[in-house]
Design a protein around this ligand. Structure first.
Ligand code: MN
Length: 321
């Protein structure tokens, strides 16, 4: 495997010459893909590059506090322009990023730089900095900035800390490691307001979501044979709780507080007739393998998949039909 320092140097050399750069975050953006994107944007703008930050989906309201977030565009016509460099940030694959059909619209040659920490990343870039043991892409960007001796402004610090906080569920999920805590310590010292970041991203659940979570918690089941704890949310639940699919997203992370069960699975029925599965482990099970058997992917300790069908609970058994 290539050494990260060599790749880091390679990226630096390329960016030195680059003029027009497109930075891409993945669909349904989270604090890591956007915080990292905006940190990279600030760095490139400080080098007088022409830079566009793109995400196919709009900026979620809880991430509007991020510095430079007003510069994010979801206008797909930006792919009609010329770039010498495209940087994907936190994108496990191009389909997940939502740009697999957009990239070919750039009708000049460009270098694709893939910076990510998903274990299932197939290294689709010309340059790939994929560190699957990193807690977050923000941690990788932090390491790059350290390598390149980039001074940390309070705005860079805020954006990177947001990525560290959200991907580690505030330094308590299994992705948490020495490097991310050390990085956070440095970044808070440089002006990141951790209290504000945590209150904007982690401690911001509304009553509607908690009502929905209540349904999922009521029907938490344990299958001893597989050491699996699972629950589910149906379309009917969403209607009755007047909730949206997004309101159910935090349940799998919340269930990390369980001391029983090696694997946690949350199944959510979508309007389009898809069942989305979120997998978490409180132990050492490699969830990328489990997710892959269902056609999904992700990290070793947090993965997901989607299957066509509807949920049916019958005879003490949950089925996808
Ligand atoms: Mn991430």
């Amino acid at each position: 495997m290539e050494n990260h320092k060599n790749i880091s140097q390679n990226i630096a050399q390329h960016l030195e010459k680059a003029q027009n750069i497109l930075i891409v975050s993945h669909r349904k953006p989270d604090g890591d893909t956007l915080g990292s994107n905006f940190a990279f944007l600030e760095f490139l703008l400080s080098k007088n590059k022409k830079v566009i930050s793109f995400c196919l989906d709009i900026l979620p309201s809880h991430l509007q506090f991020l510095p430079h977030s007003h510069l994010l565009t979801n206008d797909q016509s930006v792919f009609g322009q010329k770039y010498d460099t495209v940087v994907t940030i936190d994108c496990g694959n191009l389909d997940y990023a939502g740009i697999d059909h957009l990239l070919p619209q750039i009708n000049n040659n460009f270098i694709l730089i893939n910076i990510d920490h998903h274990a299932s990343n197939p290294h689709y870039g010309h340059i790939n900095l994929v560190l699957e043991r990193a807690s977050s892409t923000a941690e990788i960007i932090y390491r790059l900035f350290q390598d390149w001796q980039i001074p940390l402004t309070p705005t860079l610090a805020t954006n990177l800390t947001c990525g560290l906080v959200t991907d580690t569920d505030c330094f308590k999920n299994p992705a948490t490691n020495y490097r991310c805590v050390a990085a956070a310590s440095q970044l808070i010292g440089q002006g990141a307001n951790i209290y504000h970041i945590v209150n904007s991203t982690i401690n911001n659940i509304n009553v509607r979501s908690l009502t929905l979570w209540g349904r999922a918690l009521e029907r938490l089941y344990k299958i001893n044979k597989y050491n699996l704890v699972y629950t589910y949310i149906t379309q009917q639940d969403l209607i009755e709780c007047q909730a949206s699919d997004e309101d159910g997203e935090g349940i799998a992370n919340f269930l990390h507080i369980l001391k029983e069960g090696e694997v946690i699975m949350v199944l959510r029925e979508t309007e389009e007739g898809i069942v989305k599965g979120s997998l978490r482990t409180t132990g050492n099970t490699d969830l990328t393998k489990l997710a892959k058997t269902f056609g999904g992917g992700g990290h070793k300790k947090a993965s997901g998949f989607s299957l066509p069908g509807r949920l049916k609970y019958d005879n003490n058994k949950l089925k996808i039909v």
